[in-house]
Design a protein. Sequence first.
Length: 322
Amino acid sequence: MTKQDEIGKHGEDQQTLLEHPSWRLEPANSTDFDLLADIRQQAMKDNMEANGLFDHVLYRQYFKDSFDPTSTWKIIEENEVLGFYVIWNKQDHLYLERLYFHTKAQGRGIGADILTVLKQQATAQNKPIRLEVLPKSRANAFYLRQGFELVEEREQEKIYEWMPFQCSDVAERFTLEAAVKSDFDLLADIRQQAMKDEWVENGMFDIAFYREKFQCTFDPTSTRKIIMEGETLGFYVLWDREDHLYLERFYLRPEAQGRGVGSDVLTRMKCFARELGKPITLETFPESRANAFYTRNGFRLVEANNSEKRYEFKPVSLEVSA
């Protein structure tokens, strides 16, 4: 089976997965080695030296010894090779061994697009994507932004994983119930418990004012309570807008935090987003602990200013068709 067949064999439109308005993917061949080795050296020079790896001749030879065109894809724009990646289809995961771009092609979002193609392939095969990164590499931040989770740290590398989620496998540890008007005091108390420290850190000391503001905007029809064993652990407010879902509020009692409940609730929202074919957007405080939480759960920072950060989760199917 060819690599093109492998990407398309699960019923996906192969052209959709391999074509993009500005670039295309082509299988590598044995004569591409010098070109790809040059791109790799340009892309990795600073990161390798930052990690104490100065013998570029040695690492070029190492790349040559392991070079396998059958698992290598070139990224081409207007007949110029912008970069390449090496992906191995293992028994229980996809291993992204290499992903490099010529320096002039970096920062254009093409790397994120390539990962979207690979995520689609991983989702179709229900396999995670795994990869390693040098400890001091700028790529660490890139993969975290793209929803990869740091799963292991070693002396010479960090190991990341992206796991496709299946809505049918979502754990039913909790139930979601629509709020009613009489829930306001309960939910306002949960919100205050969850946010009190961050309000103080951001100079927001008038608790009564923020409670009144919440009451003025409280809409039970868009509010869901998170209930476990008869206790309301938290709630969220999710608005179904024309072209996206807007997560306005999401709070858990302090004692319910750190137990994986928040991630499970987000997974349920992601399933809902996938069914509707819409992304999820939200805002946080610039220094909020929630920033790391949303990044770990596959949300991407799309805008930041002095008062807030804006994040987005886009289902893979939307990213591929964009």
